[in-house]
Design a protein around this ligand. Structure first.
Ligand code: URA
Length: 209
């Protein structure tokens, strides 16, 4: 799938492996997630448009480059997406943040929205949707369906881990959305968990396991 970017950098792979370890404390899981999120942000922003800006150094005037256009918007899929935000905002501190809350209806198994809040002027903004795990793809697909109603200039999706099932579902529903991930794991289990994975990302981030 040409739209899938696996960030195969030694630092990313090192940190991801430490996060998978079931004995990692909440503290170290969060710290690693923060660091990994910064590195993923570096990759996902690689093609951001630039504009020239004149700047006076202590020695002379030169033309440098700064990021062009309206501020980026990071869109967190609640609640685990929030675990990625801190790291991303530490590298792009001016970014705006949107939130999408979804739960799975136990009868229909469809994603039901309970919260949706985006910044203004979405049609002028590039959106990066974040959720640590792209598993079945149900929440990511529903979140992007909803986000597309706001007409952002572009949409990318960042996760830490995914699997062939999640990628296939996204490819079918949103082939226009590039996916950035640190790894593609083997498969989903019957409960919708990624194998070998890292467990429940939300529980591990917030210490609720
Ligand atoms: N969500 C998680 O937190 N972990 C998985 O393995 C799959 C979905």
């Amino acid at each position: 799938m040409s739209n899938v970017h696996v960030v195969n950098h030694p630092l990313v792979q090192h940190k991801l492996t430490l996060m998978r370890n079931k004995t990692a404390s909440t503290n170290s899981f969060r710290r690693l997630l923060n660091e990994l999120s910064m590195l993923m942000t570096y990759e996902v922003t690689r093609d951001m448009p630039m504009q020239p800006m004149e700047v006076e150094t202590p020695l002379e005037t030169m033309t440098g480059q700064v990021i062009d256009g309206k501020k980026l918007v990071f869109v967190s899929i609640l609640r685990a997406g929030n675990g990625i935000l801190d790291g991303m905002l530490s590298v792009v501190p001016g970014a705006r943040v949107g939130h999408i809350g979804l739960y799975r209806d136990p009868k229909t198994l469809t994603a039901v929205e309970y919260y949706f809040k985006m910044p203004t002027e979405m049609h002028e903004r590039d959106a990066v949707v974040v959720d640590p795990m792209l598993a079945t793809g149900h929440s990511a697909i529903a979140a992007i369906d909803r986000l597309k109603e706001c007409n952002p200039k572009s949409i990318k999706f960042v996760c830490l881990l995914t699997c062939p099932e999640g990628l296939a579902a996204m490819e079918k529903a949103h082939p226009d959305v590039p996916i950035y991930t640190a790894a593609i794991d083997r498969q989903l289990n019957e409960h919708g968990y990624i194998l070998p994975g890292l467990g429940d990302a939300g529980d591990r981030i917030f210490g609720t396991q």
